[in-house]
Design a protein around this ligand. Structure first.
Ligand SMILES: Cc1ncc(COP(=O)(O)O)c(C=O)c1O
Length: 415
C-alpha cells in the first residue's frame, strides 16, 4: 500500500466537521432504555443475558425462529458464507452496487462473486439481471436492498427456485423495511444486518443474522460463535471445523436492544420524510428521485438519493453535488465507489492473474471485473447524488429546505 494513501474512515469521525443547514445523523438519537440496559450489564458483572434478550426480541419482531447476534454485518455475512459450505470456485451472484461487507465472506471462503448489473433506473439488481449471471457453478444469490429500497423479491425467488439456488439478503440498509407487507430479511433463507453507528438502527458496531432454518442457525452458532468447536466429555473443546468468535458484546447488545425499541418510529419517520422529499424534488425538471416502487410498502430509507439528467444541466454530477454541499446538504456527494466490480481492485488482480480460486481448478472459466461488467450500474452511478446524513431528524421543513437547495443548484446549472 502506498504510504501516503489515506485510510478509509468510518463512524462518527467520517461525519465530523460537516457543515450544513440540514440535520446531521450524528449525534445519534438514543433509545431511552440504552443507559438502563448498559447499567444492567455492568451491574451484573458481565453475567447478564443481554445478547439473548436482544436476539429474542429481534427474532420475535421478524416472526423468525432464530437471530444470531454478531459484531456487524460483514461478520454476519461471513458466517453465513461459511455455514453454506459451498466449494472453492463456486459462484455467488451478488449486487454490483453495495458495500464491501457484502463480499468479504465470499472471499474468505474462496467463492467467486459474480456481480449482477442493476436494473435500469435503480440501484438494485433484478431477476432479469441475475438470470444473465447464472451458470452451472452458481450456488446462491445475495441480494442487497440498497438505500433501503427492497429488491423485487418475488421474481427473484421464483428464478432461484427454478435453478435450485439459495437466496439470502443483505438487509443492512433496510431494517424493518417491508416488501408487499413482508419484512426485509425474512424474504430468503437468511439475512444479515448491520447496527453500525451510522445505520438506521445505529447501536455501535453490531449486527445479526436471522433465519427460520434450524440447520442454518445451528451451523451459524457453531461456526460463527463457537469457533467450530464442540465439547468432548473429559477433554474439552474439539475443533471439528474452523470457525469464528464473532459474538456481539453484551454492552453492544444493551445499546442495540435500546435502539431496537425506537426503531419502528425511526423507520416510520424515515419512510415518511423520504417519500415527501422524493415528491418535492420530482417536480424539479431534470431531477429524478430514486423511484420507490409500490411493492416497497415501508421504505426504511438509510440514505437519500436522486439522479440528474445530464442533458438538462451544464455541469456534471460531481460539480452539482459539490454545489449542494455548499448550499447546506451535509455530505452530498457521489457514490461511485459502491460499484464493487470497479472498487474491488484485489479481485480484479486475482482474476487477471488467475490466482486461486480463479485458477482452473477450482474455477471453471475465466473472470474479469471492472466497470464494463456492469455498465448499467456504472452509468447510473455517474449521475447519482446521495447523502447519508439523511435521517429521522428530518422534519417537513427540512425536506422543503433540501428541495429548495436542489432547485437553486438546478436553476444555476440549467442549460
Ligand atoms: C449494504 C451493506 N452491507 C454490509 C455492510 C457492512 O456492515 P458492517 O459495517 O456492520 O460490517 C454495510 C455497511 O456499510 C452495508 O451498507
Amino acid at each position: 500500500m502506498n504510504k501516503q494513501a489515506q485510510l478509509a474512515s468510518f463512524g462518527a469521525a467520517a461525519y465530523a466537521n460537516l457543515k450544513g443547514k440540514l440535520p446531521n445523523v450524528y449525534p445519534r438519537i438514543m433509545g431511552p432504555n440504552c443507559t438502563k440496559y448498559l447499567q444492567e450489564v455492568v451491574d451484573s458483572g458481565l453475567t447478564s443475558d443481554m445478547v439473548t434478550r436482544f436476539e429474542a426480541a429481534f427474532a420475535l419482531a421478524h416472526g423468525v425462529r432464530h437471530c444470531i447476534a454478531t459484531p456487524g454485518c460483514t461478520p454476519a455475512l461471513a458466517v453465513l458464507a461459511a455455514a453454506f459450505g459451498f466449494q472453492p470456485g463456486d459462484e455467488v451472484i451478488v449486487s454490483s452496487v453495495t458495500d464491501y461487507g457484502s463480499i468479504m465472506g465470499l472471499l474468505v471462503e474462496n467463492y467467486i462473486p459474480v456481480f449482477a448489473d442493476t436494473a435500469p433506473g435503480t440501484v438494485n439488481i433484478s431477476a432479469e439481471t441475475i438470470e444473465r449471471c447464472i451458470t452451472e457453478r452458481t450456488r446462491a444469490i445475495l441480494v442487497v436492498h440498497k438505500t433501503g429500497l427492497i429488491c423485487d423479491m418475488d421474481p427473484i425467488l421464483a428464478l432461484a427456485e427454478k435453478h435450485r439456488l439459495i437466496v439470502y439478503e443483505d438487509a443492512c440498509q433496510a431494517v424493518l423495511g417491508k416488501y408487499k407487507g413482508r419484512l426485509a430479511g425474512t424474504l430468503g433463507l437468511a439475512a444479515g444486518y448491520s447496527f453500525d453507528s451510522e445505520k438506521t438502527m445505529g447501536s455501535d458496531t453490531g449486527g445479526c443474522i436471522i433465519t427460520n432454518d434450524d440447520a442454518v442457525a445451528r451451523k451459524c452458532r457453531f461456526m460463527g460463535h463457537s469457533r467450530g468447536a464442540t465439547m468432548k466429555p473429559g477433554f474439552g473443546r474439539m475443533h471439528t471445523s474452523r470457525g469464528y468468535a464473532y459474538r456481539m458484546p453484551q454492552c453492544t447488545a444493551a445499546v442495540t436492544l435500546g435502539q431496537f425499541e425506537i426503531a419502528p418510529d425511526v423507520v416510520a419517520k424515515r419512510d415518511r420524510m423520504a417519500r415527501l422529499l422524493a415528491t418535492l424534488i420530482g417536480k424539479i425538471p431534470g431531477i429524478i428521485p430514486l423511484p420507490i416502487p409500490d411493492y416497497v410498502t415501508v421504505y426504511s430509507s438509510w440514505m437519500f438519493g436522486f439522479s440528474i439528467d445530464p442533458k438538462a444541466f451544464g455541469c456534471d454530477a460531481r460539480t452539482f453535488a459539490a454545489q449542494l454541499a455548499e448550499e447546506g446538504i451535509p455530505a452530498a456527494g457521489l457514490g461511485q465507489y459502491y460499484l464493487m466490480p470497479e472498487a474491488m481492485v484485489c479481485l480484479q488482480e486475482k482474476a487477471a492473474k488467475r490466482i486461486y480460486p480463479y485458477s482452473k481448478p477450482p474455477a471453471s472459466r475465466d473472470y474479469h471485473y471492472g466497470p464494463d461488467t456492469c455498465p448499467t450500474a456504472h452509468a447510473f452511478l455517474e449521475h447519482f447524488i446521495r447523502w447519508c446524513t439523511f435521517c429521522e431528524k428530518y422534519e417537513e421543513s427540512h425536506c422543503e429546505m433540501a428541495a429548495e437547495m436542489i432547485r437553486r443548484v438546478a436553476e444555476r446549472n440549467r442549460k
